[in-house]
Design a protein around this ligand. Structure first.
Ligand SMILES: CC(C)(COP(=O)(O)OP(=O)(O)OC[C@H]1O[C@@H](n2cnc3c(N)ncnc32)[C@H](O)[C@@H]1OP(=O)(O)O)[C@@H](O)C(=O)NCCC(=O)NCCS
Length: 163
């Protein structure tokens, strides 16, 4: 199945927020228990648009089903870098969409002149880790017990892709 991948715009902020919230509430993949408050998401997306940080979404019809972004690390010394986030609604996983989104968002990161894309991923997220490795991301470290959800600790891995 082929879905439309577009740059995010203001019309899709709530749809994007909904996907983040749904994936967060699964509790297995992100380092969030739920999506951030609406004003925070709004400011985040508006900044990505205004400053041309790569932020794409996938649409099934008009429904946002996935996103990928590479966002600012908020300091002049990190201007050459961005932090990657990605998530897909459960029913749309395992069909090649994640790989397509990664290719598209990394191309945009390179086109923006970034030299480094970094991320953290929970150590049990084997599918995401394999995907990142296959795209050339290197392992940079392990943050032991960095995540704790309902009393369960999990390590966080740091990975980065250098252009
Ligand atoms: C991680 C995620 C973005 C990957 O996207 P996806 O569309 O499911 O993955 P794809 O279908 O593009 O497959 C990518 C690779 O993952 C592997 N993979 C995908 N589904 C798999 C499964 N069910 N079992 C084992 N491997 C699987 C395949 O090896 C595939 O590689 P290939 O292209 O060489 O076949 C997606 O599963 C997701 O949103 N997960 C929840 C949120 C998340 O983990 N975000 C990342 C937080 S750091």
């Amino acid at each position: 199945m082929s879905y439309q991948i577009i740059k995010i715009n203001e019309n899709y902020i709530d749809g994007f927020a909904q996907v983040v919230d749904t994936v967060a509430r699964e509790l297995r993949y992100l380092a969030f228990l739920e999506g951030p408050p609406r004003e925070m998401t709004m400011a985040y997306v508006q900044r990505n648009i205004a400053e041309n940080w790569p932020h794409i979404i996938a649409l099934d019809g008009e429904q946002v089903i996935a996103w990928a972004d590479v966002a600012s690390l908020n300091r002049p010394v990190f201007e050459h870098s961005g932090v990657l986030g990605i998530g897909i609604l459960p029913n749309y996983r395992g069909q090649g969409l994640g790989r397509r989104l990664m290719h598209t968002v990394l191309e945009a990161a390179q086109a923006r002149g970034l030299n480094r894309v970094e991320l953290t991923v929970r150590e049990n997220n084997h599918i995401a880790i394999k995907l990142y490795e296959s795209l050339g991301f290197l392992h940079e470290g392990r943050h032991i017990n960095a995540v704790k959800i309902h009393g369960q600790y999990e390590n966080h891995l740091s990975m980065a892709l250098l252009f």
